[in-house]
Design a binder for this molecule. Structure first.
Ligand SMILES: Cc1cc2nc3c(=O)[nH]c(=O)nc-3n(C[C@H](O)[C@H](O)[C@H](O)COP(=O)(O)OP(=O)(O)OC[C@H]3O[C@@H](n4cnc5c(N)ncnc54)[C@H](O)[C@@H]3O)c2cc1C
Length: 388
């Protein structure tokens, strides 16, 4: 594995790091409290090519390798304080743009990718339903064939970006009798009649990425709204999840480094008992743990990017990246808060926000329990193969 980037890519990554520092606005605390998505910052990220990272150049994208994509996204996380906006970008990229790029027809790509890549359109993926969370196959939303296309009925929930999105990927049952082969995915524009966006769902963290329910009430879409083949929905969903779990936490890798550095800086200046708290092993041990988490998350991130770029990615590799980076985020946000004492507990220190944001990472894109199931299943399969 070689993680070194060429000169042009390295300079792009540095440009993104500088952009994150420049965009880190003072209003993040107020926007977090109010749960506001920043269109201005979104536009700046898009102008820098981030909204179209994996998109082919012919559709206006950056056509970045996975290695360049994760390097750029983690560089953003290193300096940019708005975790919610970075999560909104991840949901747009990996759950909507990337599957259209990978599975769309020429017509679908020409219609959607240029706008999604330049950020004038925002993408969302509506899979979860009230009774279908971890068990994504238990969806009840149906799509019935009509003379001209499909009619969707059902309810999706916890859809990131829904309040601001222009394009939705929607999973629906097209043949109930065919089990998982009876699911299909549709590309549905926001302006479609019968698609109704619910109010913003108030939540603990990632508050600057808005989420809501999406209702489909006799929502009619043309035949060419189908993404991939009829019945290929579960296969497309699984492939999409694999890439989403691989890359969605790339910004968090940068955040983990920032938390460790920030904690070290604080420990070097804060004095108690007549000495800097950095002289207490209890404090430096925490920072050591934070640095190990940061380094291991970075290694897993570049490993998954290399596996992806060389066509070797497996479900358990993606699950390991998602599980480790999410748990590391939670643990390091908590450690940073402890090191900063009561100041860390205040809103002004911006660490309680980190902790709330980290809680979301334990849940989205498959909970940590689900990632462990995938890793354990792969381990069992390997044992069975060895025994044969
Ligand atoms: C911040 C955030 C953003 C999200 N964005 C989107 C989005 O854009 N689009 C979308 O469609 N959905 C989205 N979701 C929903 C997300 O995909 C689901 O929350 C997730 O799949 C878990 O489903 P659930 O919340 O219904 O929990 P449940 O599936 O009800 O799980 C409840 C608990 O049971 C455990 N559990 C369940 N099954 C198993 C099992 N087999 N083995 C072990 N433990 C198990 C879980 O780990 C969890 O602890 C988002 C969620 C969050 C928090």
């Amino acid at each position: 594995m070689d993680y070194a980037l060429g000169a042009a890519d390295e300079s792009y990554v540095q440009e993104i790091r500088a952009l994150g520092a420049r965009l880190t606005a003072q209003d993040i605390i107020a926007r977090d409290a109010a749960g506001l998505f920043s269109r201005e910052a979104w536009k700046e990220l898009a102008q820098a090519g981030l909204a179209g990272l994996p998109v082919s150049a012919e559709y206006g994208g950056k056509q970045a390798s996975a290695q360049l994509a994760v390097a750029a996204l983690s560089a953003l996380g290193r300096t940019f304080a708005d975790n919610g906006l970075m999560f909104a970008l991840g949901a747009h990229l990996w759950a909507c743009v990337d599957p259209i790029n990978n599975f769309g027809t020429q017509t679908q790509k020409s219609r959607w990718l240029p706008g999604l890549a330049d950020g004038s359109l925002i993408g969302a993926h509506a899979a979860t339903e009230p009774q279908a969370g971890s068990d994504a196959g238990a969806i009840k939303t149906v799509a019935e064939k009509t003379a001209t296309g499909w009619r969707l009925n059902g309810l999706k929930t916890y859809v990131t970006n829904a309040p601001v999105a222009d394009v939705f990927l929607v999973s629906a049952i097209t043949s109930p009798e065919r089990g998982t082969l009876g699911m299909s995915i549709f590309v549905v524009p926001r302006i479609t009649s019968g698609l109704v966006i619910g109010p913003v769902i108030d939540k603990a963290g990632m508050r600057t990425a808005q989420m809501s329910e999406v209702h489909f009430d006799d929502c009619e879409v043309p035949a060419d709204a189908l993404l991939g083949a009829e019945g290929a929905g579960m296969a497309i969903f699984t492939a999409t999840m694999l890439r989403e779990r691989s890359f969605i936490n790339a910004p968090i890798v940068g955040v983990l480094q920032r938390l460790a550095d920030q904690s070290m800086e604080y420990a070097k200046t804060r004095e108690q008992f007549g000495t800097r708290i950095a002289t207490f092993q209890a404090v430096t041990n925490r920072i050591a743990d934070m640095r190990v988490r940061s380094a291991t998350a970075e290694l897993l991130m570049y490993r998954i990017a290399w596996l992806s770029d060389t066509g070797q990615i497996r479900a358990e590799d993606a699950a390991m990246m998602k599980l480790h980076s999410s748990e590391a985020f939670m643990a390091s946000a908590t450690d940073a808060m402890r090191i900063h004492g009561a100041f860390g507990y205040t809103t002004a220190a911006e660490l309680e926000r980190m902790q709330r944001d980290a809680m979301g990472a334990l849940l989205y894109s498959g909970t940590s329990d689900i990632q462990r199931n995938i890793i354990a299943r792969a381990g069992r399969a390997m044992e069975i193969r060895r025994a044969q």
